[in-house]
Design a protein around this ligand. Structure first.
Ligand code: CA
Length: 235
């Protein structure tokens, strides 16, 4: 089945090229010019990936991304006209998966789309997503819904918070360095920073604290982070 891509971009010349490149590579593409139109489609149709321009005439792309993340974990690639650090970092930390600076090659965009879809849909390699129930039943990872449940509460996590916590939970007690987490979780590790990991851990901890004061994520100074193994929780 063809993967369905939603392109939200107000410049027709760019949109034409992107639609052409993606369709040539076998994707089904819908193009809209406004953020509102894109949100309508996302709420009503199954979309596999969103290509999102930051400079839109109605709502800016960062806002659109924030709204999308309230109801969907669909992968998002940003298109940005300003090639500066703030756009990159802010763009990825609010829940985007990748970005391209204009002018960009539509073929490069299509290549990035393929990489991300491969990561998001591991079932295409015949490995079914595996649910994980933490030994002491504190955490439950529901892969299909991309939801992590903590002490009976579904956490409202951003994409990166979810991926980091999921990684830590797979190997309780193992210390992951910031570098390892970046390599495992980020789609474009070369543009990510150690500090980004700390930022996500901080917000993740705040969300866990809303449920309980246990603080299951341990900091290893100079090394990285781990999820506490069962013995760590023993009195
Ligand atoms: Ca624009």
């Amino acid at each position: 089945m063809k993967a369905s891509i939603l392109l939200i971009e107000d410049e027709a010349a760019i949109a034409d090229n992107v639609v052409y490149a993606l369709e040539t590579d076998g994707f089904k593409v819908q193009w809209v010019e406004l953020g509102e139109q894109g949100l309508d489609i996302l709420k009503n149709e199954a979309i596999d990936l969103v290509v999102l321009d930051i400079g839109l005439p109605d709502i800016n792309g960062f806002e659109v991304c924030k709204i999308i993340r309230r109801f969907s974990q669909v992968p998002i690639i940003f298109l940005t006209a300003r090639n500066n650090e703030v756009d990159r970092i802010v763009g990825l930390e609010i829940g985007g998966d990748d970005y391209l600076s204009k002018p960009f090659s539509p073929r490069e965009l299509s290549a990035r789309v393929k990489v991300i879809l491969k990561r998001v849909h591991p079932q295409s390699s015949n490995i079914p997503p595996v649910d994980l129930v933490n030994k002491n039943n504190v955490f439950v990872v529901k892969m299909n819904e991309a939801v992590i449940c903590y002490k009976g509460n579904d956490l409202n996590l951003t994409r990166y918070e979810y991926l980091i916590l999921n990684t830590l939970l797979r190997r309780p007690g193992q210390v992951f360095s910031r570098e390892q987490l970046i390599q495992t979780v980020w789609n474009n590790p070369e543009t990510s920073y150690d500090r980004a990991v700390d930022t996500h851990i901080k917000t993740l901890r705040a969300k866990l604290k809303e449920v309980s004061d246990d603080n299951p994520i341990k900091t290893h100074r100079g090394f990285g982070y781990s999820i506490k193994a069962k013995k760590d929780n023993a009195p």
